[in-house]
Design a protein around this ligand. Sequence first.
Ligand code: NAP
Ligand code: MG
Length: 488
Amino acid sequence: MTSTAIPIGAHLIGGEWISTGTSTTTSINPARPDEPVGDHPVGDASTASDAVSAAVDAQKAWRDAGYKVRAAVLEKAAILFEERADELAMIGTLEEGKMLAEMRGEAMLSAETCRYQAGIIKMPTERIYPSGKPGETIRTLRAPLGVVGVVTPWNFPILIPVWKIAPALAAGNTVVWKTASNTPLVSVAIAKVFEDAGVPAGALNLILGPGSMGGAMIEDPRVDGVTFTGSVPVGFGIRDAVTARNGRVQLELGGHNPAIVFDDADLDLTVPLVVAGAMGSTGQKCTATRRVIAVGSVYDELVEKMSAAVTDLKIGDGLDPNASIGPIVAPRAHAEVTEGLEKAISQGAEVVATASAPDTSECFFAPTLLTGTTELDIWTEEVFGPISTVVKVDSEDEAFALANDTEFGLSASVFSTDMWRVDRAINTLEAGIIKINAPTTGSELHVPFGGEKASSGHAPREQGDTAHDFFTRTRSVYINPGTPNPYA
Ligand code: NAP
Ligand code: MG
């Protein structure tokens, strides 16, 4: 696909693009709801079952194609992600709302992910062990899991799917991808990249439809492993269903990430980073800064400077080069964020700053900075939008204890130039990602990514070389010559 036309919505099953379903629905642009992005079919349990059958049928040939073929396909996909970055970004921004440049960044990082994961399968990921028997070789084999179910959210509609699909395919698995209902058409364009790169029929299947269709897919006993990113309740439900049938499951779930600011931090450097972490991508990042913990005397100046920065944010259409924050993804999500804010205010939170949002779509939401106490529900519950709350504490001990006082453990930031304090922070904070003088958001794709506590499951981390661990099984192989030892 080299045209700039938005692809027609369709499932990809066994190499066929299927544009029929139980019904048809329309993908909506949250910045311009009166300009629909495009139609697509809605699948159900039978669609999921067909896709699993196709993945089962394709699996052995894809495994046996060998690492060189699979790496070459992923390297070609990397080239296509770069060539089609503008087109993918346009579709993604129309559907999801984020700034075009950020969406383009997702496409470029997808290219890098494909290259990196192609490189991983050329590395010596297997091991040789000493044997007690003459002539015997003991080695490990990294076999693919088999058929992998991929379930993804809408907030990184290009990159999160590729984080999962690229390492799954690289390891020789075949994939059934249930994408988010808010971002179906960019998913079609991503599947087309992999198809055009040479992923054979049935090795990657994309199904469009509701959560219940995803539920049918993950319950299918032919699906050996499931990798999921999304909310805690859905993730825990998937974990229970998949582990009950002894399948393997990888979870990336919510977060309630703190940024701790000490009085020795340089506020001119710190404030833009904290605000970017809190409000960037409309606060719709699992790693967004929901809680700001100001330690001691820094509180007043921090709130004042953050307020000025929040007030200055420019909200608008993701295609508007003068804007930096887009709309919330959909009216229902907007209603949930609004409800979270109203509840916080009714519980005594003080609104210290808001930006101004256009009124041309009901999905625009003014980023809001709150101050308050730890008694607020918003201090403990994830509200998935551009709202952050500042609370003051008196000591370092209190700050670390408060940062850890959450069911989540995805990311945490510390702003301080005292390296002894930083050393203590990195040994004390309960988070899978710890950032020092950097936002809670953002990661590099060759580095393991994931959280602790309710933010993740217990499987190996996504991204980096640990991604390969989730998508493979280790087999220990003892190889003997099978002939008498002529030297004995
Ligand atoms: P969600 O409601 O949990 O949905 C995620 C995916 O699961 C979607 O594809 C959804 O389909 C599907 N789904 C829903 N019910 C299902 C079921 N019963 N069985 C199988 N699949 C089902 O999450 P979201 O609202 O899209 O995303 C926001 C959440 O994701 C936030 O909590 C955020 O923190 C988290 N997140 C975490 C990370 C991380 O790496 N830790 C990254 C990004 C986002 P539909 O779209 O059709 O409902
Ligand atoms: Mg949802």
